[in-house]
Design a protein around this ligand. Structure first.
Ligand SMILES: *Cc1c(COP(=O)(O)O)cnc(C)c1O
Length: 540
């Protein structure tokens, strides 16, 4: 046996320590109880770790490692079909269960770790395979890793100076997205959500048509501006009219057909009507993937009308934009999108990028700077050592901007463009499967329309309403079933599907498959669980 030197002894201890850490980690990964915070660290306060104590690397690492364990446990539970989606409590009860008070005195690290656990315990698992409630579902693990890195880097996106790598990533990703739309050049930005992206489009359109507006305001516009959008559009479009001084009366709703698509002849009629009144039609919003029905407005026909009357064409593809990846589904839905002047496209919806990630694209290079620049001298000096065009801060109406790019860039690296295409095709295929399964059970389910996207609109029929003819009165009763059944889903915690009325019908269910976790068996579960929870519902 060789003689044990002091160095050798230390290295041996280190190996053991690493082994213990590894087995703790393995135990937590396999769910056999998460390692605990040692009391030496658990009893510390914020000012005993970094950045307050520079000799506290180990304590800081231990604390953060235990927080990460809590997060990993959550990721595991999100993907466990035996776990509930939520522990529903009424707000009053929830307030009693949680200790949310802010105190004068600091709390120790062990309490903060408990706070993290309690927070996730009552959080709805939006990435659970049985969560079909929202347009943003799922928990993409690579994108999550990106979000964690983003938080650690904690930088602002306004200058190249402080976000060099992320700024270059934005350029690469946004150019790629513009190319997919069908443009060789242009301008783009990431905005805090599709609603703000739509606002950016509106502002750019007004600037493009009336460049004097920026300095001279309303007096530079020869009449009352009017914008057009379908009656199925996202409400953020109407909000542009209110925010930007048109008034919502001047956001004109164009009627849609029975499947929720804008009727071009109606658009043209309304444009003419407003022109004749002396108004100034200047902006048309076409929706690619409406929020409720998932309908696609006919872009080529709308583009013809925009050209004829010299109006800006914006496409709100916040929801449906992801289908640009799919050779199979892109056409005819998004045919003509390259003729638009601007496009909103939210990766945080169909593409499953973590919230929040929204993009808006313009056909015209430099339009954002021209429209929004205020040239603040303290941030955007023109004598910097690098090309100031790499600073993005003056392109936006915000000052600081959150880093929403890294989680998308990393996800795209991981999947490849072909991986996104496969995801789109898969989500569509699952939705088609769901439609088939609904049609196979006409006594229990009523399909409202053939969907163009992953929105499946339907009613559930409890026993009481089976076998009687479908008419307006029955629709009212089916509408009442929705709220009751949704209540039961929340209480049981096993399933979440959204419902809403629209202007043609009372409440109906709108199911969304936009999570990569969903499989055919989850769709089967969804339908059988609705029936299990709902069959004895009785309505007036
Ligand atoms: C979701 C959605 C929006 C709004 O996007 P946010 O990111 O929620 O602000 C806009 N338009 C359409 C069609 C949408 O579906």
């Amino acid at each position: 046996m060789s003689k044990l030197t002091l160095d050798g002894f230390f290295s041996y201890c280190k190996q053991i320590a690493e082994h213990i850490q590894l087995s703790e980690r393995m135990a937590s990964i396999s769910g056999q109880g998460t390692p605990k915070l040692t009391s030496a660290v658990g009893n510390l306060y914020y000012d005993s770790i970094l950045p307050y104590r520079e000799d506290a690397n180990m304590q800081t690492r231990e604390f953060l490692a235990r927080v990460v364990d809590v997060l990993l446990d959550f990721v595991q539970k999100v993907n466990d079909r035996n776990e509930k989606i939520l522990e529903f409590k009424m707000p009053e009860e929830m307030q009693k269960l949680l200790d949310l008070e802010l105190h004068d005195e600091p709390l120790p690290l062990k309490q903060l770790l408990e706070d993290c656990k309690a927070t996730l315990k009552y959080q709805v698992k939006t990435g659970h395979p049985h969560f079909f409630n929202q347009l943003s579902c799922g928990l993409d693990v690579i994108s999550l890793a990106g979000e964690w890195l983003t938080a650690a880097a904690n930088t602002n996106m306004f200058t190249y100076e402080i976000a060099p790598v992320f700024i270059l990533m934005e350029n690469i990703v946004l150019e790629k997205m513009r190319n997919m739309i069908g443009w060789k050049t242009g301008d783009s930005i990431l905005a805090p959500g599709g609603s703000v992206s739509n606002l950016y489009a509106f502002l750019a359109a007004r600037h493009h048509k009336f460049p004097q507006y920026k300095e001279k305001g309303l007096t530079s516009i020869p009449g009352h501006l009017v914008m057009f959008t379908s009656d199925q559009c996202h409400y953020s479009v109407k909000s542009c009219a209110s925010v930007c001084g048109l008034g919502t009366d001047y956001c004109v709703c164009v009627p849609s057909d029975e499947r929720g698509r804008m009727i071009p002849a109606q658009l043209e009629r309304l444009v003419r009507y407003h022109k004749d009144k002396g108004h100034v039609p200047f902006f048309v919003n076409a929706t690619s993937g409406t929020t409720v029905l998932g309908a696609f407005d006919p872009l080529s026909e709308i583009a013809d009308i925009c050209e004829k009357y010299d109006m800006w064409m914006h496409v709100d593809a916040a929801w449906g934009g992801g289908l640009l990846f799919s050779k199979k589904y892109r056409h005819p839905r998004l045919t003509g999108i390259e003729r638009a002047d601007s496009v909103t496209w939210n990766p945080h919806k169909l593409m499953g990028t973590l919230l929040q990630c929204s993009t808006v694209h313009f056909k015209y290079e430099g339009i954002l700077l021209s429209c929004n620049a205020m040239s603040a001298e303290y941030l955007f000096m023109t004598d910097k050592i690098y090309d100031p065009r790499f600073d993005t801060g003056d392109k936006v109406i915000q000052c600081g901007r959150h880093n929403d790019i890294f989680k998308l860039w990393l996800q795209w690296r991981g999947k490849g463009t072909s991986g996104f295409e496969r995801l789109m095709d898969r989500l569509m295929e699952l939705s088609e499967y769901m439609v088939r399964r609904i049609k196979e059970q006409p006594d229990k389910f009523y399909l409202i329309l053939e969907p163009e996207l992953v929105n499946v609109s339907f009613w559930y029929l409890p026993k009481q309403l089976r076998g009687i003819p479908h008419d307006a009165n029955k629709e009212i009763r089916l509408g009442k079933v929705c709220a009751k059944l949704k209540g039961r889903m929340m209480q049981s915690g096993t399933l979440m599907v959204g419902y809403q009325p629209d202007d043609r019908r009372p409440n109906f269910f709108r199911n969304i498959i936009s999570s990569a976790a969903v499989t055919e068996k989850d769709v089967d579960f969804l339908l059988s669980e609705m029936d299990r929870l709902g069959q004895d519902i009785v309505v007036e």
